[in-house]
Design a protein around this ligand. Structure first.
Ligand SMILES: Nc1ncnc2c1ncn2[C@@H]1O[C@H](COP(=O)(O)OP(=O)(O)OP(=O)(O)O)[C@@H](O)[C@H]1O
Ligand SMILES: [Mg+2]
Length: 307
């Protein structure tokens, strides 16, 4: 749980990371409190991995300040690394070693004494229901099992801040759920700060706060609830016959977001005039659907909308 005295888990002030002319991270300021469960969202190439690599000292910023649990990432990178765990977008396990060997090797790197290391490895394997895979070579695991071992490896030393770059990419729903439940447990039981990027937006619902990035910039920051409320009470989705506008005056609902033959409208009204809309549109549209906003809608307006 966040406390008033604990330094923020991470604090970025006007951070820039340029790769030649490309601004991968562009004037980013962000503070994540100790104990928060934080989601980093954004389209491909928006700067999520670069941000994670800057916070974990794998990259140095072009300019700006980065602090992790109060330590300066530029001046005290070793202190920063001691505080954090990192699960990379790509697996960092040795595929030719067994699950157990991978975990024990990581424990040795972190100087965790033998008996404690063995206990933690056993506990983590039990949590992920992988006890019977301990002596299996990593290359023989399924993608979901491999990801679980990657995460086990990242939390073995009980870091205060855990970064995960797309921890659940390519996994089925059951394994994705298992991993998010595990992250929630780490946060609850160990007070670990968890900062995870994901493309599966519905996964971000349990986060305390989420940030949307676009072209290296933060475009929105808040709790999932706040973000959903920002969309409105409903989203009206209209499928048109072709790309032509169905002739709905913008004054009625505001400007739509157009995605191919789909038009999405944000609806603030509690009781939208659906009968009137149906009358007006008649048979010029294929379908008309009114639904509650989802994080997908937030994402669509963040990435495609103008406002
Ligand atoms: N080492 C590098 N050299 C040059 N450009 C880079 C480098 N690393 C990243 N970039 C560029 O910086 C931008 C941000 O990349 P980044 O990997 O941070 O995006 P991302 O949000 O993690 O994307 P994805 O969702 O696809 O993982 C991209 O345009 C990418 O091509
Ligand atoms: Mg990435």
């Amino acid at each position: 749980m966040p406390t008033e005295t604990a330094p923020p888990a991470i604090e970025l002030r006007q951070v820039n990371k340029h790769f030649d002319a490309l601004k991968a991270v562009d004037d980013l300021s962000l503070r994540v409190e100790a104990g928060e469960f934080f989601g980093l969202l954004g389209p491909n190439g928006s700067g999520k991995t670069t941000t994670v690599h800057l916070c974990t000292t794998l990259l140095q910023p072009t300019s700006g300040d980065i602090r992790v649990v109060g330590h300066d990432a530029l001046r005290a990178p070793v202190a920063v690394r001691r505080e954090l765990g990192l699960v990379f977008q790509e697996s960092s396990l040795d595929r030719t070693l067994s699950v157990w060997e991978n975990l024990r090797f990581a424990a040795a790197l972190y100087d965790i004494p033998g008996p404690l290391a063995r206990r933690r490895c056993r506990e983590l394997l039990a949590l992920f229901r992988l006890e019977d895979k301990a002596s299996t070579q990593v290359l023989k695991l399924s993608g979901g099992m491999r990801r679980a071992v990657d995460i086990a490896r990242g939390v073995l030393h009980h870091p205060r801040v855990l970064f995960l770059d797309e921890p659940t990419v390519g996994l089925d729903v059951v394994n994705r759920d298992l991993i998010w439940q595990f992250l929630e447990t780490l946060r609850r039981e160990q007070g670990m700060t968890v900062i995870a990027s994901t493309h599966y937006l519905e996964e971000a619902l349990p986060c305390d706060r989420i940030a949307f990035m676009r072209q290296g910039r933060l475009t929105a920051l808040g709790s999932p609830d706040e973000m959903l409320r920002g969309i409105g009470n409903y989203v009206l989705e209209i499928h048109t016959e072709n790309d032509a506008a169905p002739g709905l005056p913008d004054a009625l609902l505001g400007a739509p977001l157009r995605l191919g033959d789909r038009l999405l409208y944000r609806v603030a009204a509690h009781d939208p005039p659906m009968d009137e809309l149906r009358r007006r549109l008649g048979d010029r549209v294929r379908s008309l659907q009114l639904r509650r906003p989802s994080l997908n809608d937030v994402y669509l307006w963040q990435t495609h909308g103008t406002s």
